[in-house]
Design a protein around this ligand. Sequence first.
Ligand code: 0RA
Length: 666
Amino acid sequence: MEEQEILTNSPPSNNNGDDYSASNITVLEGLEAVRLRPAMYIGDVNANGLHHLVYEVVDNSIDEAMAGFCNHISVCINENNSITVSDNGRGIPIDMHEKEKKSALEVVMTILHAGGKFDKDTYKVSGGLHGVGVSCVNALSSLLRVEVRRGGHIYEQEYKQGKPQFDVRMIGDTQERGTTTTFYPDSTIFTTLDFKYERIATRMRELSFLNKGVKIELFDKRKHDGTNGNTHDIFYSEGGLVEFVNYLEGTREKLISPPIYFESEKLSVETNTMIPVQVAMTYNNGFNENVHAYVNNINTHEGGTHISGFRRALSRTLKNYADKNGLLAKIKFEISGDDFREGLTAVISVKVADPQFEGQTKTKLGNSEVQGAVESCVTEMLNNYLEENPKQAKIIVNKVVLAATARHAARKARELVQRKSLLTSTGLPGKLADCSSSDPAESELYLVEGDSAGGSAKQGRNPQFQAILPLRGKILNVEKAQEHKIYENEEIKNMITALGVAIGTYEDEKALNLDKLRYHKIIIMTDADVDGSHIRTLILTFFFRYMKDLIEMGYVYIASPPLYLVKKGKDEKYAWTEEQKDTATKELAKGGKEENVHVQRYKGLGEMNPEQLWHTTMDPVFRTLNLVTIESAAEADHLFSMLMGDDVEPRREFIEKNAKYARLDV
Ligand code: 0RA
């Protein structure tokens, strides 16, 4: 397929002026297509797509590292919002590409999908939105400069919107090797040029865990929001996946320490390629399953054949071991697959030569041959582990038995909740002030902290499409509760029934029956204080653990009530930040004394009257809603374990640190 594409784009000959320019245009059309429909290549032209550019360039250096030729990558957000990625790999070849009659470097940079045509042995990322190639980044950059250090010399080429500005040229000598790319995202394409340091850091951390021994440095030279242009992190992991699992566990107590680790590879007869498999896993005292799986360094949120292989191997191997050792004698009911995964934290990383990505977000692995490969690897290695570590084996089996027993009780409790809700006339909680629309697409559910704010919201709302569910006090911390407790908690029961979805057991992909969902906007509205942020986190934890689909579908939002009312006489202005407050104060003072301006700090939603609440926070025309996204499920796991896990101290610190800012893109 790829070969074909290059062939059709390649100039047939170079000796006829017309011919040349015509075929040249065809080549350019390749990149023109990217500029015409950027979303097809990088997902969108918002912050997501923007950050994707960085990942795309870094992925190329990671490929070079996976091939064993590079151990240092640096990524820099420059002061002018351009990005520089540098590596110490072999350097992209600069010699003449026979088919294209130009430097291989130029081919890589300007022809779609020309990325890794040289090395047949590496596992190129080529599915989903990854692996679209550095040429896409080039097409979407107003300016891009690439420098190659190779064979004793330094070479460079520059492009504007993907068009070369001169032929590849030698500009000096060096004994070093490597590739450096600097690009300026095109402001006529992207809706934002603001790179988020934390976002890039999260991906670099993940990459360093997945590629042990590769040092990834990240710099932020921008001076903004009080940073001084010296922000810098080094991501380096010697322990790889084992360290990744420790990181994910955060402060949770591990039952198996150090985590179980194995790596192996299996020949796939179907495709005649090797499939390397790496797994690190442990169990904790909690009740959730945290399995993160990667294919060629891409997080496969939606699962796939590698996960099925892992699950089958885990259930069967543990079951066989337990049976053989007479450890299941007391169990009188079926043990389900979930029971083997309660409290499990695992990272699975496989490399697949020709990955097929499926699913809504193209993050589900489809290659059928991978299931068997992972299954037989895990079975073999886990069997060995259990035989050699009987103490740990016993701990795991006990945990499974406990889970099975509790789940048996939980199933009964859940059935009770769901049956009860069918019995009441509307099936809806009494505290819900529902909206009159029955079209989920236009309906909104506000989850409001406290009965008094709930009252204001009820009065202030537009009852046509806005429903209000007041939540009293703290909701249950599901991170630390057994599943059946969840169905006994009033606030959670109310949320479940108001939303209309029957909660999934987390068997098989934790699927929810989303067609029953009654609202497509679920808006969390809490006070702008420490308590409010705690409640918000508790609600998010519940959604993350039991209704992840809602977050993944983009249905969950956070309301942003103002922090200040600035007032002078009849003039009123609302402020969401300190800066806005100061500006508003100056404006209202109109050059006069600022003392005459009254500033009210809203401590809670309850201090706003219904009109104010509507105007500032609920009116679709004026309000700001922050979409809750799971950029990285792994990072969210780590975060929730810190926030909601066993240790009180990090949680308190985190909430205090973040209460003011309300960083919402979990
Ligand atoms: C193919 C062949 C060779 C190097 C690379 C690709 C390469 C690509 C990138 C992209 C970013 N950094 C990179 N580093 C290397 C070289 C083959 C050889 O030298 O024999």
